[in-house]
Design a binder for this molecule. Sequence first.
Ligand code: CA
Ligand code: CA
Length: 291
Amino acid sequence: MLMAVAASSCGGRPTARVQPEPPPLNGMIAFSSDRSGSWDLFVMNADGSGARQLTDTPTTNEFSPIWSPDGLEIAFSTRDESPDERIEVMGADGRNRRSLAHHPTYCNHPCWSPDGLRIAFAMGHEDQTEIFVIDADGANLHNLTDHPSLDTSPSWSPDGKRIAFTSNRSGSDDVFVMDADGRNPRNLTRDGSNSSGPSWSPDGNTITFDSDRNGNWEVYRIGANGRNVRRLTDNPGWDQQSTWSPDGTRIAYGSQRGAVSMIRVMDADGGHDEPLTDSSSAARSPSWAKK
Ligand SMILES: [Ca+2]
Ligand SMILES: [Ca+2]
C-alpha cells in the first residue's frame, strides 16, 4: 500500500513552480450547519479547528451569521414554525438573544455598520424586498432602497460611507453600490448574467461577489470602482458567500462540490484553496470575525 502511494505520487506531473506558503489562518469564523439536526450557528478557529455550537434550537433554523465589528455579538436570521422570518442578535457566546426585525416572507442578510451602531438587512415580500437599516438597539428602522425590485444582501464599506447590495432592478441580479443613506445607487456588474452576494475587502478597494456568468456559480472579485473583474474559483459546484479575513489576505466561502455544502478558504487571489469543514454535514454562510 505504501509503495503504491509512493509510486503514484512519483508518477504525477512535475509542478511548474513551488507556491509560497499561504498566509496564516488567524481569527474566528462563524457559520451555519445542519450537523445538530436543524440548522444552527457555530464558530470555529479560522483554520477549521475547535468548532463550537452557539445555538441549539431543534425547531428553529439559524442562518447568515455576521460578527459585530468589536467581535462581541453576532447578528443572524432565523426561520421557525411561526409565520415570520427574523433578524436576531446574540452575544458571541450564544447568550442574550434578542429580535430586531421580522417579516412574514423575507427578513435576512444582516450586516453591521463599521461603527457597530446600526445593522442593514433585507426585508420584504416575493416581488419586492428592500435594504433597511435599524439601530443595533432596534430603534429607527428605515428603508434605504425604496425600489420596486428585489434588493438584498447588503455589505457595508469599511469606511462606513457606502453599502454594496444585490438588486434585480436592471433585469438580472447585479451588484450595486449606494451611499450609506441610500442615494446614488450604481450598477457595478452590468453584464447580463447574475451577480450577487457582495463582500467588501477590509481595505475598501475590492468587492468579492458570486456570479453565474460562466454558466456556474463562482466567486469573483472586482475593484470597488467597478474595474478589473477576476474569477477566483473554478469548479462545477456552486461557490458563493465570500467573507474576508481581517488582514485581507484570505477569503472564506461556501462551496458545494459533493453531496453537501462546505466552508472553504483561499488566498485573496484564489490560490491555496482548501476545505475548513468536512463532508459529514452541510455548512454554509461563513463570516470571518473582524477582530
Ligand atoms: Ca436550530
Ligand atoms: Ca463553481
